[in-house]
Design a protein around this ligand. Structure first.
Ligand SMILES: NC(=O)c1ccc[n+]([C@@H]2O[C@H](COP(=O)([O-])OP(=O)(O)OC[C@H]3O[C@@H](n4cnc5c(N)ncnc54)[C@H](O)[C@@H]3O)[C@@H](O)[C@H]2O)c1
Ligand SMILES: O=c1ccn([C@@H]2O[C@H](COP(=O)(O)OP(=O)(O)O[C@H]3O[C@H](CO)[C@@H](O)[C@H](O)[C@H]3O)[C@@H](O)[C@H]2O)c(=O)[nH]1
Length: 468
């Protein structure tokens, strides 16, 4: 196989939350490499090419500066997928791999149809040898299927498949890419496989030390990604389970997190109790892990990881139930402010956000919701609710109003719920909010971000996760 010493031309299929920022940083750090990010979504590509950097399709701190530096120099966004594949020596597949919504594995397995389409397209249009890199999160042993599809065209060209899962978190994507704890590259352990691995190592070595670039066999790399997310999500479910116990015992979950996190074997990160984890990855990847374990007959393993999801669903439901119970068992016709719709702060992404499920529960109880989020657009909020199919689109719009001013959301409300930990919430004039609200004025802090003592001194009745 013809493997170049140095890669000069990269194509990335998929200009989403991963493909966009990852390739922007590669282009920024490797000015001698031409990087073309392609997507079938014309609107998305147009937004990536928009002269006004505020219009990029993704909000990530620091992203616009990186794009500004590299775009038009060696970073390009295009809808011409075939051309970019043909020209590239290395093709990243960074398309979505959602949970299947149909057929065998429905609701559990990863839907690999987009990945398969990419592999077929690469096989069809390629005219030279290529290194194909799995950037999407994939079930263990997918590289084998991709290789089979790539080779099936029977052309006289060769492909090597690498696994290079992405570990960036949204909201800190650029920081995570610039200062990655580690980069993981899995590949075949034969001569060409090791050469291909080296090509990718050299790219990341432009800005990361070699100790941070880990290389493994393909299957370890694929399975490490699912495992990392499962461990992270498990920590959140673990602390959330303890938060429920705290509320009955007088213990304080933040104090517990602090106390156990001081043990260097446990570590202090990812121990923040919350209304439940969201995001496009944790639930999808654990469901996928559970599905894979069951497919090998490993029922105990599957049940173990499935419990992380069960606990997360419980936490979202428990929070919503607390709101109803505290507001004297009825919220019908009551105005409730929802602050935060994104699944975490500093992102406009709402996929699997806890806010969607809490809002749905409150709407079922006929509450009138006033939603404010600093970055999420109204049409996204309605689309998230409509997707659940719980009630008609008209009903969702009648019961839920999206506002651009947080004070408007809280004015005359019976209660305020905090569902995302946006920093700006801490700095509101809570005395003014109190004056405008119905009494008793309740605050349900699903992220434990507000100053509880201050709120109480103003006159609010407060509920904090994990405090009695
Ligand atoms: N979002 C994250 O923070 C994150 C982090 C690490 C890993 N991942 C994984 O990375 C992958 C991508 O996630 P994402 O959040 O960027 O998804 P996304 O939905 O934001 O982007 C995927 C893009 O791929 C495009 N696409 C799909 N099929 C295509 C095709 N055949 N040709 C061209 N374009 C095509 C879609 O139009 C879309 O724009 C997933 O497997 C995900 O699990 C995501
Ligand atoms: O102590 C914590 C930490 C996180 N969360 C919640 O957990 C969810 C996920 O947060 P985070 O992991 O920070 O964001 P993601 O962008 O989903 O990133 C995760 O998923 C990505 C996609 O696979 C991986 O690349 C990242 O490494 C992994 O952190 C969010 O709802 C957070 O609010 C908590 O409730 N408590």
């Amino acid at each position: 196989m013809n493997i170049p010493k140095k890669i000069k031309n990269i194509c990335c299929i998929g200009a989403g939350y991963v493909g966009g920022p990852t390739m922007a940083v590669i282009a920024q750090k490797c000015p001698e490499i031409k990087v073309t990010v392609v997507d079938i979504n014309e609107q998305r590509i147009a937004a990536w090419n928009d002269k006004i950097l505020d219009n990029l399709p993704i909000y990530e701190p620091g992203l616009s500066e990186v794009v500004k530096e590299a775009r038009g120099r060696n970073l390009f966004f295009s809808t011409d997928v075939d051309k970019a594949i043909v020209e590239a020596e290395m093709v990243f597949i960074s398309v979505n791999t959602p949970t299947k919504t149909y057929g065998v594995g429905k609701g559990m397995a990863a839907d690999l149809k987009y990945v398969e389409l990419c592999a077929r397209q690469i096989a069809k249009v390629s005219t030279s040898d290529k290194i194909v890199v799995e950037k999407s999160t994939l079930p263990v042993r997918t590289a084998q299927s991709i290789k089979t599809i790539l080779d099936a065209e029977g052309k006289d060209i060769q492909f090597k498949v690498l696994s290079n899962p992405e570990f960036l978190a949204e909201g800190t994507a650029i920081e995570d890419l610039h200062h990655a704890d580690r980069v993981l590259i899995g590949g075949d352990q034969d001569v060409d496989g090791l050469k291909a691995i080296q090509c990718l190592v050299e790219i990341y070595a432009h800005w990361l030390t070699k100790e941070r670039i880990l290389t493994t066999n393909v299957w370890s790399s694929e399975l490490s990604k699912l495992t990392a997310n499962a461990f992270l999500a498990q920590r959140v479910s673990s602390i959330n389970a303890i938060s429920a116990l705290c509320e009955h015992t007088g213990a304080n979950v933040d104090e517990i997190a602090n106390a156990i996190g001081a043990d260097s074997r446990i570590g202090s990160k990812f121990l923040k109790a919350s209304v439940g984890f969201g995001g496009s990855c944790f639930q999808k990847d654990i469901l996928n892990l559970v599905y894979i374990a069951r497919s090998y007959g490993l029922e105990e393993v599957a049940d173990y990881w499935n419990q992380v999801i069960i606990l997360n669903d419980y936490q979202k439901r428990r929070f919503a139930e607390t709101v109803v119970n505290t507001l004297f068992n009825t919220i019908s016709g009551k105005k409730i402010a929802v602050l935060g719709w994104a699944f975490k702060k500093d992102t406009n992404d709402t996929r699997e956000s806890a806010a969607i499920y809490v809002a749905d529960y409150l709407l079922n109880e006929q509450a009138e919701l006033m939603v404010y989020d600093p970055k999420v657009k109204p049409e996204q909020i309605y689309a998230d609710l409509d997707y659940l199919n719980t009630r008609s689109e008209e009903e969702n719009r009648r019961l839920l109003t999206v506002v651009t001013n947080p004070y408007e959301a809280m004015d005359d409300a019976h209660a305020v719920t905090i569902l995302t930990e946006w920093d700006e919430f801490k700095n509101y004039d809570w005395k003014k909010v109190y004056r405008g609200m119905k009494k008793p004025a309740f605050v349900f802090d699903g992220r434990n971000v507000l100053e509880n003592e201050l709120l109480k001194s103003i006159g609010f009745l407060t509920f904090n996760l994990g405090r009695s």
